[in-house]
Structure formats: C-alpha cells, structure tokens
Design a protein around this ligand. Sequence first.
Ligand code: NAD
Length: 283
Amino acid sequence: MPANLLEGKPIALKIKEEIKQQVQALGTKPVLASVQVGENAGAEAYAKSQQKTADSLGIEYRFQKLGKETTEAALCEFIQKLNSDKSVNGIIIQMPLPPQIDYKKISQFILPEKDVEGLHPANIGKIVFGRAKVLPCTPAAVMELLKETKIDLNGKEVVIVGHSEIVGKPLALLLLEKFATVTVCHIGTSQAGKLQDHVKKAEILIVAVGKAGLIKGDWIEEGTTVIDVGINRVEGKIVGDVDFEGASQRASLITPVPGGVGPLTVTMLMRNTLECARLQRGK
Ligand code: NAD
C-alpha cells in the first residue's frame, strides 16, 4: 500500500501563525542579520526565501553581501559589529563560504545569544543537557515532523544516516532526550557494507547525506516512517536521498522532497530569531 505523505508545509503554516502572533505581542520587530560572502546562486535563493518568510511574519531581515575576497579576519570584524549592534537580535552566515573562510571557526564568533542557527558550541552543548532554547534548524524541523506523527519515540528504533554537525549529530541528541534508541550511520557504515542492515532495523529512518538514491526502496521495512532531509538536483529536478517511488510502497509515512523538511527549516530559523529577541529582552 502506498505510504501517506508527511508534508512540512501545513505544519510550517501552523507554526508560522504562532510566530506571527508572538512577534506582534513582542511590540518591536525582531531583526535578523544575514551575511553572504561572494556570489552564489543557491545561497542567494535561500536568502530570498528567508527574506520572504521573515517579511510575512513581521521580522526584519537585514541582508548584506560582502565581496568574494573578504578575509576571515574581515568577516570576524563584521560579525563583531553585528554582535555589538543592539538592534540586531540574530545573525546568520549564508553557506557556502569562499575557500579562504572556515565556517567552523567563524561561527564561534557569533554571540551565542544571537546564534539563530543554534550551532555555536555553547548552544550545541546545551542540547547534551536538554536545556537548549535555540535548536539547530534542520534537526528542530525533523523533530516537528515527528511530533506531528504523534509516534511515541520512547524505545523506538531510530536510524539516522548522516552524522554532520548541522543535522545528524544534534538530531541524535534530541532523539535521545525522547528516549529513542538511536543508531547513527555515516560513510564508514557504507564502507563497511553495513548500511542496508541498519536501515532494515529502522522503525523511523532519517536520511541526511546528499546522495540521490542512496537508500533503496526495498531496504525499508513495511510500516517505517521515513524522513528524507537530502536535497539533490537530478536532471533539473530536486530529489532526496531515498528512492521515493520504491520507499513509498513500503513506508507508512514518508516526507516528499521538496515539501518535507525544507519548509520547516526556514520556519525554525524564524522561531529561533523570535526566541533570541525574547531572551535578549529578558522574556
Ligand atoms: P554533510 O556533507 O556535512 O554530511 C554528509 C553525511 O553523509 C556525513 O555524515 C557523511 O559521512 C555521510 N555520507 C556520505 N556518503 C555516505 C554514504 N555513501 N553512506 C552513508 N553515509 C554517507 O551534509 P549535510 O550538510 O548534513 O547535508 C546533508 C544533506 O541534507 C544535503 O543534501 C543537504 O543539502 C541536505 N540538507 C537539507 C536541509 C533541509 O532543510 N531540507 C537542511 C540541511 C541540509
């Protein structure tokens, strides 16, 4: 039987409505500063969609583009200025950055209280203790999708494929907080020829790799919930990491790509901006 779609848009709409009301209650517009370094069509499109969402929620989006020759030191200086600008509540650095700039280094310069991506070590550290108020956007989006399914995560076999700092690792911590049994697979798992075995065990499968068709439909057990975070462009179309046609014959719920995790990720960025603004106002 074909799976039911687990769509991000309706959930995003609900959360955006809540954000809008809370922004109004705040009295002043939260301000999100967005910095892009150099030209990149993908980053520009992402920033445009952030701008559109921010506008619709009453959040001020201040976009700034720096030249492609910008040095790491110059970008740090720019971030320090935004850190000390009291009118700015949140800071996001658009990816990708030119090769002379190391994102891991640069992201640590953003004040933790303005870190709307939730990726500063201080904020990631709080996830370990279950005390984070600002969560990394994509893992937070996945948790919202899971919340919508009403599945009790306690003791569930959750398999994550992909162990990046922005998705797999923080997501594993958030799921542990809900008492799920979490397995994290990565390139080493594939190289050891064990990916299929792990995927077969999943009651909930979350894939964030960036390789179209990595997860074959017949690897998925009947009744599995599948969340596909991957974004790949294949022959002009956007697809995920999971063979959607095959998987949707076996999964009980599956996210479409596009239209699954994506719409929620940008919503989480706006929720974090609101949260940062509130925390800065002592609310
Ligand atoms: P990344 O490159 O930082 O990490 C990729 C992960 O996949 C690593 O853990 C790596 O070990 C693993 N991997 C690579 N090849 C593998 C293989 N053959 N078998 C098993 N694991 C393998 O990527 P990322 O930044 O975490 O992004 C992953 C994907 O998610 C990308 O397609 C990205 O575009 C997408 N993404 C989507 C959203 C969204 O909002 N929908 C947000 C962030 C990332």
